[in-house]
Structure formats: structure tokens, C-alpha cells
Design a binder for this molecule. Structure first.
Ligand SMILES: Nc1ncnc2c1ncn2[C@@H]1O[C@H](COP(=O)(O)OP(=O)(O)OP(=O)(O)O)[C@@H](O)[C@H]1O
Ligand SMILES: [Mg+2]
Length: 556
């Protein structure tokens, strides 16, 4: 007798370890319930089993697995109230044995045909989270070993289902992270605002099941940058309230639910939203906010909110990329305009020089040629007369040489090569003063250094344009040029006390003279600041680092 009992115990121990092994083989809740219940029925010769878990609110049991129950009954047993037998199991955390189910058949006609029921608790972390019901068609009294075995299986289901849930949540987090990484990549490679915003809207909808999204600039007046809702008219009080809230706690992500603050957020009603998340982020100097709203009740998990926070960082990066790209494009356009202008200016200059050579030197050379022909023919007959003509020709040739010098100077001021740009500027100043066009006061302090030829020609042209502008526009009788050389830097100030102007009005206009100056200064690695105000004259400050390792001083 004893032998028989101990061999049954061994068989059951083996059966139990079989169940344990089977449960450890999978992390899918469906599969592990199937295996646990199948083994349980097989070992103890039961006819049916149902596994129930309590729903999140603890209001009812929801069936997770059926075994041996007919199809018609399954639908009716899907959910059960907590006041049935399982309810007692949950409440007390203890097994309930119902050896005779007959009195309950009226209450639960679906289990008609079953005579006995054993309900054991499914526990996880000391909490009863569900019930394992096993049925037999024949009346039977359950031995203590039967009960212990089913209870052990119930315990194992509890632990395994916790593991499976953990695994499911890890899998969902991993999935979300993967989506986020992909979204990050897509957003980061988007360089046009026009395509970034729609992309953002569709991605937010798919990642967060959101129906509404707004991108806001938060300030005195919230500016709506984008809305996923066409023609959205967001009332002022909402914007004001949101502004106040976000300014008060700009680091937090704010979550709101329907009815929480109806009067505060009328747009919940307006857009049929049940919940919304405000994710503030700083872009440039401004506080921005991404609002993600959805019309379903299903709450966002803590992980989803973390991901939302992460996304705003990508958005601010993507926005920065877009704006920078726009600026680069604008700069490129301006550069190509400037280049076109330079080319046309060069062309005009060539025409002017050609005209000048034609009108002056060419004319005189032709004159000289004819006079020389005359002298050759007449030299023997009237040498005195020829001498007079030759004297005149010498004078004309000298004038032509001078004229040619002017043309050459215009093309490339020779003075720069000889005396450096400081000397060339001095020449320029003297020419204007001599011609009584304008009185220019030039002062040079410190020890002048020589720059590379291309740097010197740029500096000379910039000062030349400053002086031309003063003559053309300032209406001033005098101008001031101050150059200061110190150990590391050259500073140039060109100033007049003339009519002045509003520099911001030049933006987008065709101020190519000033634009050209800026380009030249930038090209040689310097900085230029223009200050002007109507009635207060104009000041242009240029500074240029002197590279003592060679860039600033070497000059052939
Ligand atoms: N010293 C100055 N005093 C008053 N107004 C000035 C002065 N310098 C520039 N401006 C104003 O700025 C405008 C732009 O100057 P900018 O040199 O770019 O063009 P411009 O002199 O009109 O033409 P360009 O130089 O191409 O022949 C001028 O038209 C003038 O209105
Ligand atoms: Mg000009």
C-alpha cells in the first residue's frame, strides 16, 4: 500500500517537473497556458479546464484559455462576474473544491455535463491574479495529492504568466525603440520644412496613435507652426493657458485627460480628444511645444511618454537643420546673383576701357601716324616746319603715355604694388582732394604691414567703394579714414557725417556695392560692421587679423 502511494507520488513529481520544463520553454502566454492545462488534464484525468485572469479594474474574470469546453459554451464563459466560485478563490487566495456541481448548473448552465470542479488560485508575487478551474465529468473526491498538484500548476502558471507579460512589455518597448530610431533617421535626413512637417504628423499618428498634433512657438503670443487638423482655429484662451502652464514648468511633459479641466481646454471638445500630451522643447531662443492628442481612451504608457520626449529633441534638431539649410540656400542664391553682377560689371568695365582707348589713345595714335607720314615726306623740303611738328608730336605722345597710365591704374592700381594698399589709399585720397571733390582725412597709426596682393587689392577696392558711396550718396563735404595696425590686427574705419540711411531697408534690395564690400571682406577672413542712421552719417568698420606666421606680412 505504502509502495503504491510512493510510486504515485513519484509519478506526480515527474509530471510536475514535466509541466515546469514545458512552461520554461516558451515566453508566449498563449502557448504556455495551453501546455500547462494540457499536462494538468492528462496527469489527473480531468475532462476540461479554463484559466481566468482578473481584468485590470478587478471587476470581472476574463478567460485566457479553454480546454475541453464545447464551442457554444466558450462564448458564454468568456467573462464571468467576481461573485461566482472563482470570486471566493480570488478573495481568500485559497482553493475551492466543488465535488458536486449539480446545484450550480442553474446558475452556470454552460458547465452542465460536468460533475466536479476544482478551482485553484493563480498567484504572482503573493497576489492572486487568476483562477485555474479544472472539471471532471464523473463525480470524484479530490485527494490531497490531486489538490497539491493542481495548486502547484496554478502557481507555475502565475510565475510563467508574469514572465510572459514582462517579455511582452519588453518586446513592445523594443519595438517602439526600433520605430523611434527609424523615425529619428527619417526626420534627421529631412531638410525641407515643407516635407518635414507632414512627415512628422503621419509618423506621430502611427507611433502614438495620435489624431491631432500641433507644433507651437510659445511666447507672448503662441504661434501655431503646424497643425494636423486643417483650418484649425484654436481659441485664444487655450493658447494663453497653455503658455502660462508651459512657462511655469518648461521641463515637464504635461499630460491632460478629458474632463480634468474642461473650462481650461475647450479644444478637447473641439477636436474630440480624450487625452493630450504637451511636450515642451527649446528651439533657438524660443520655447516650443508639441501637442499630441488622441480620441481613444487607451492611455499612453510611461515608455511612450519617454519616447515622446526623445522625439522633441529630434524635432528641434530637424527644425534647426531645415532653417540652416534654408539659410545656406539663400546664401547660395545671393552668391550666384553677386557673381552674375560681378561678371556684368567686368563686362561693362571692359567696354568702358575699350571705349576710352578708342576715343583717346587710338585717336591720337592715328593722328601721330598721319603727322609722321607728313614729316617723312617733307623733312628734306621744309626741315624747320617738320621740327615744329615733331615737337608737337612729342608732347602728344607724352600726354598719351600719361593717359595710358591712367587706364592701367584703373585696371590695377600700380601704387598698390609699389607702396602697398596704405600708399594706394593715400594716392586715392590725394586725387580726390586735388580735384576738390571731397576733403578726405586719412590717419594711419601703428606700424603698417604688407598683406598678400589679393588681400591688398580687396582692401583697396572696399575703401574705394566706401569713398565712392560718400561722394554719391552722403552729401558730405569731408570724410575720415582711420587705419590702426597693432600686433595682431588691422582696423579700418571709414566715416562721414552726411545724410546717413537705414541699412535694414537694404535687405533684399540690390545694394550690390555694399554686398560686394561684405563679400570681399569675408573672402579675406575679415569682419565688417556698417552703422548708419538717417541724419547721423555712416560708419564702416573693418577688422582683419594679421597672421604673423606669414599670411599678413609676406609680399614680393
Ligand atoms: N555713405 C553713405 N551715405 C548715405 N547713404 C549711403 C551711403 N553709403 C550707401 N548709402 C545708401 O546705401 C545704398 C546702397 O549702396 P550701394 O553701394 O550698395 O549701392 P549704390 O551705391 O546705390 O550702387 P552701386 O554701388 O552698385 O553703384 C545707396 O543707394 C545709398 O542709398
Ligand atoms: Mg555704391
Amino acid at each position: 500500500m505504502n509502495n503504491e502511494r510512493s510510486s504515485t507520488a513519484v509519478t506526480r513529481m515527474q509530471a510536475l517537473s514535466k509541466v515546469a520544463i514545458a512552461l520554461s520553454e516558451t515566453l508566449s502566454l498563449d502557448q504556455l497556458l495551453y501546455k500547462a492545462v494540457a499536462h494538468c488534464i492528462e496527469i489527473l484525468n480531468f475532462d476540461a479546464a479554463v484559466v481566468y485572469f482578473l481584468d485590470t479594474e478587478g471587476q470581472q474574470f476574463v478567460a485566457s484559455h479553454f480546454h475541453g469546453i464545447d464551442h457554444a459554451s466558450i462564448a458564454q464563459l468568456q467573462t464571468l462576474p467576481t461573485d461566482c466560485i472563482g470570486g471566493i478563490v480570488i478573495k481568500n487566495g485559497k482553493t475551492v473544491i466543488t465535488e458536486n456541481l449539480a446545484p450550480y448548473h442553474q446558475q452556470r448552465p454552460q458547465v452542465e455535463g460536468f460533475a466536479s470542479l476544482l478551482s485553484v488560485p493563480i498567484k504572482a508575487r503573493k497576489q492572486t491574479i487568476g483562477v485555474l478551474d479544472v472539471f471532471s465529468k464523473a463525480y470524484r473526491d479530490f485527494s490531497p495529492e490531486d489538490i497539491t498538484l493542481v495548486e502547484s500548476i496554478g502557481m507555475q502558471i502565475g510565475v510563467a504568466s508574469e514572465n510572459a507579460k514582462l517579455f511582452e512589455s519588453i518586446a513592445s518597448v523594443t519595438g517602439k525603440l526600433r520605430e523611434l530610431v527609424q523615425l529619428n533617421q527619417r526626420l534627421a535626413s529631412c531638410l525641407h520644412l515643407d516635407s518635414l512637417i507632414p512627415l512628422l504628423t503621419s509618423e506621430l499618428a502611427s507611433v502614438f496613435k495620435a489624431n491631432v498634433s500641433f507644433l507651437h512657438k510659445v511666447g507672448e503670443q503662441a504661434v501655431l507652426i503646424h497643425s494636423s487638423v486643417a483650418d484649425s482655429d484654436i481659441s485664444a484662451p487655450y493658447e494663453k493657458q497653455v503658455n502660462t502652464l508651459l512657462h511655469a514648468e518648461p521641463d515637464l511633459i504635461h499630460v491632460y485627460h478629458e474632463n480634468e479641466n474642461d473650462s481650461l481646454f475647450p479644444f478637447f471638445v473641439q477636436f474630440n480628444m480624450k487625452q493630450a500630451v504637451y511636450v515642451p522643447f527649446v528651439y533657438g531662443d524660443n520655447l516650443h511645444c508639441l501637442l499630441i492628442g488622441k480620441s481613444s481612451d487607451e492611455p499612453w504608457s510611461a515608455t511612450e511618454r519617454e519616447v515622446m520626449e526623445g522625439i522633441t529633441k529630434t524635432i528641434s534638431l530637424a527644425l534647426t537643420n531645415c532653417y540652416l539649410f534654408q539659410e545656406v540656400e539663400k546664401g547660395r542664391e545671393q552668391n550666384s546673383n553677386l557673381r552674375a553682377l560681378q561678371i556684368s560689371a567686368q563686362e561693362k568695365e571692359r567696354q568702358r576701357i575699350a571705349q576710352e582707348i578708342h576715343d583717346s589713345i587710338n585717336q591720337s595714335l592715328s593722328g601721330i601716324y598721319f603727322h609722321l607720314q607728313y614729316c617723312r615726306d617733307e623733312i628734306e623740303d621744309s626741315p624747320q616746319r617738320v621740327k615744329g611738328i615733331l615737337d608737337k608730336l612729342l608732347l602728344i605722345t607724352k600726354e598719351n603715355i600719361n593717359e595710358l597710365r591712367h587706364v592701367i591704374h584703373d585696371l590695377h592700381p600700380l601704387a598698390i604694388q609699389k607702396f602697398g594698399f596704405v600708399g594706394a589709399v593715400d594716392e586715392l585720397v590725394k586725387t580726390f582732394s586735388l580735384q576738390e571733390i571731397i576733403q578726405i582725412h586719412l590717419s594711419v597709426s601703428g606700424q603698417p604691414v604688407r598683406f598678400k596682393p589679393e588681400v591688398e587689392i580687396h582692401l583697396y577696392r572696399v575703401i574705394q567703394e566706401c569713398v565712392n558711396n560718400i561722394i554719391k550718396h552722403a552729401g558730405a563735404g569731408e570724410a575720415f579714414i582711420r587705419m590702426t595696425f597693432d600686433d595682431v590686427k588691422l582696423s579700418i574705419v571709414v566715416e562721414d557725417h552726411g545724410c546717413g540711411f537705414e541699412p535694414q531697408k537694404l535687405k533684399g534690395s540690390h545694394a550690390y556695392g555694399i554686398m560686394g564690400m561684405e563679400t570681399r571682406v569675408r573672402d579675406i577672413g575679415g569682419e565688417m560692421v556698417l552703422t548708419s542712421k538717417p541724419g547721423h552719417g555712416t560708419k564702416i568698420e573693418i577688422s582683419l587679423q594679421i597672421d604673423l606666421r606669414g599670411g599678413g606680412v609676406d609680399h614680393e
